[in-house]
Design a protein around this ligand. Structure first.
Ligand code: CND
Ligand code: ZN
Length: 367
């Protein structure tokens, strides 16, 4: 099967739209005809070399589509089913899967680090050359093959363009609030970075019943969006010191929860510095893998502050995605307002240029 796909050949280059050969799914795999793929900053991190991936690869890790074909032994989905693709495969039986932390499963890490599916091969070829699967998803392809365990079936009548956003931005942001921090009603929250993922931390905190939600960004348009998604206060970090303003907004106390959704050591430290005693800072943003951050022991020990991370919303996607769909249908989770741009696959580089300029909230590539 031939498919148009966006390939990253070398760090620092643009994505190249090429026609690749997609092999049929093998045992335990499914082939998806993609409907839409999300434009997330993590793919941009790969293009700039900030995040390491095996290349050449078809990028994209947020996506939805329709099952086109299933390989031997697949029972959880059938051709014609609408699905969301997960960028962290999980085995379902290891210690971490059993503990409700499937994103920490070693199987997913194996696919992420090798760019190959579980049998050690890829399903994409370009003129005989092996093309890697980014995050096991490679959603920037008209067709792609993925382990059947890494899809979640969604209702037949759910719009696929909006469903796409659930696959990374929404589950990562809302999940960090619900699962990693477990934000309590009436609490105070600061969110550093109000982009596609951060805005979902903000709406997650609003759904969780936080009393104060303080959004920090450098761009006025993002702070405007933050208010629309439930922020009670906004801070432009270009104009003022966010830590000082957050302290004064909380009567000197600091916030119960702070989320870093940018990926910079300086803002991770700011998130930690604006906590109250026993406060929790959750890092969602991705920095280069060798980055280190330091915090004072004085507050870590004597104030019992915590600094932790959250990958993939610390979620259990087979439970959390249906829950997010229900929240959307109940009018509590904003997806229509989140989807601010659509680009055909041929204009995917323009979509990333718009992300770099800070336009809109979340865009999708359409097929
Ligand atoms: P996006 O570019 O949409 O948002 C980043 C936001 O941060 C923008 O609004 C910027 O204006 C803002 N910003 C940049 N610098 C500063 C600063 N110094 N102070 C305040 N605000 C600033 O990116 P995104 O929302 O798609 O992704 C955000 C991060 O989350 C990024 O690092 C991405 O790789 C990461 C991520 C993590 C996970 C996970 O599982 N942990 C999953 N997906 C994405
Ligand atoms: Zn992402």
């Amino acid at each position: 099967m031939k498919a148009k796909a966006a390939i990253l050949f070398t760090v620092g280059q643009k994505l190249d739209i090429r026609e690749v050969e997609v092999e049929p799914p093998r045992s335990g795999e499914v082939m998806i005809r993609m409907a839409a793929a999300g434009i997330c900053h993590s793919d941009l991190h790969v293009m700039t070399g900030h995040l390491v991936a095996q290349l050449p690869a078809i990028l994209g890790h947020e996506g939805s589509g329709i099952v086109a074909e299933v390989g031997p032994g697949v029972t959880n989905v059938k051709p014609g089913d609408q699905v969301i693709r997960l960028w962290r495969l999980s085995c379902g039986i290891c210690e971490y899967c059993s503990n409700g932390r499937p994103a920490l499963c070693a199987e997913g890490l194996q696919i992420r680090m090798t760019g190959r599916l579980l049998d050690g091969t890829t399903r994409f070829k370009l003129d005989g050359m092996e093309i890697k699967h980014f995050a096991g998803v490679s959603s920037f392809s008209e067709y792609s093959v993925i382990p059947a365990k890494a899809v979640v079936k969604i209702p037949d009548d759910f719009p696929l363009d909006k469903a796409t956003l659930l696959g990374c931005g929404v589950i990562t942001g809302v999940g960090a609030v619900f699962n990693a921090a477990r934000v309590k009603p009436g609490s105070s929250v600061a969110v550093f970075g109000s982009g596609g993922v951060g805005i979902n931390v903000i709406q997650g905190a609003a759904i969780a019943g936080a009393e104060k939600i303080i959004a920090v960004d450098l761009l006025p348009n993002k702070l405007q969006f933050a208010k629309q998604f439930g922020a009670t206060h906004t801070i432009n970090a270009k104009e003022m010191n966010p830590v000082e303003v957050i302290r004064s907004l909380t009567g000197g106390r600091g916030v119960d929860y702070a989320f870093e959704v940018i990926g910079l050591p300086a803002t991770i430290r700011q998130a930690y510095d604006c906590l109250c005693r026993r406060g929790i800072a959750v890092v969602v943003g991705v920095t280069p893998m060798t980055t280190e951050v330091s915090v004072p022991i004085m507050t870590l020990v004597f104030e019992e502050r915590a600094l932790t991370g959250s990958i993939y919303g610390s979620s259990r996607p087979q439970i959390d995605i249906p829950m997010l769909i229900n929240l959307y249908r109940a009018g509590k989770l904003k997806l229509d307002e989140l989807l601010t741009g659509r680009y055909p696959l041929s204009q995917i580089n323009e979509a990333y240029e718009a992300l770099e300029r800070g336009e809109g909230l979340r865009s999708i590539a359409t097929f």
